[in-house]
Ligand binder design. Structure first.
Ligand code: E4P
Length: 217
């Protein structure tokens, strides 16, 4: 399963990419709005650091505007994936942009029917938001299971990009279900490393080693 960082913050991205576990980045207008400077320059820098799929979202709400913005975003760097919201206009824009050879991530997916329609218009990725569903007492991971099952029944090449992840169990469950990608805030990625027994075990190994070295002197 691929892991993307859900962030527009260069420091977070620069600190995680050298670990070798990061396959791509997702941004959204809220994330980029938090960062100082020109969003195009930020996106370009992100692409240069990650050298992998980097989702950049349109803010137009009509298909024509989305297509125009999508072409502009795709012109920033070869790694840009155009992100469009799942609306009737977004579906039209996805069809047009994917027919022109651009990779499209259809975002704000909250139902299996939305995922199915996005796959039918050539989406490279669908982004179901699991955390926001959990927030309203609906199973986010239940939605992932449905989409993975549906895509598995047909020949869609669309990848399931689990978004709005809030903790390590979202990542564990997504991997068990065979989802293609999880996009995670930096804090969630950090949490994937942690186990107290690893820390305790390493401390003991080092202490025992040190004791033995001192005894040999
Ligand atoms: C996905 O591409 C979105 O940027 C993101 O995962 C939204 O997550 P949130 O619900 O934590 O804002």
């Amino acid at each position: 399963m691929k892991i993307f960082i859900d962030s527009g913050n260069l420091k977070e991205i620069e600190s995680l990419v050298p670990l070798g576990i990061i396959d791509g980045i997702t941004t959204n207008p809220s994330l980029l709005a938090k960062e100082p400077g020109d969003y195009r320059e930020i996106l370009k820098k992100i692409c240069q650091i990650v050298k992998g799929p980097t989702s950049a979202e349109v803010v137009a709400t009509d298909a024509e505007g989305m297509i125009r913005q999508g072409r502009e975003l795709a012109g920033i760097d070869e790694h840009i994936v155009v992100k469009v919201p799942f609306t009737r206009e977004g579906v039209k824009a996805c069809k047009a942009l994917s027919s022109e050879g651009m990779r499209v991530n259809v975002t704000l997916i909250f139902s299996p029917t939305q995922a199915l329609l996005a796959a039918k218009v050539g989406a490279t990725y669908v982004s179901p938001f699991v955390g926001r569903l959990d927030d309203i007492a609906t199973s986010g991971m239940g939605l992932i299971a449905e989409i993975v099952e549906i895509f598995g029944n047909y020949k869609f090449s669309t990848e399931v990009l689990v978004a709005s992840t809030r903790g390590p169990m979202h990542i564990v469950e997504a991997a068990r279900m065979g989802a293609d990608i999880c996009t995670c805030p930096a804090t969630v990625i950090e949490s994937l490393f942690k186990h107290p027994l690893t820390d305790i075990g390493l401390e003991k190994f080092l202490k025992d080693w040190e004791k033995a070295q001192t005894a040999k002197v």
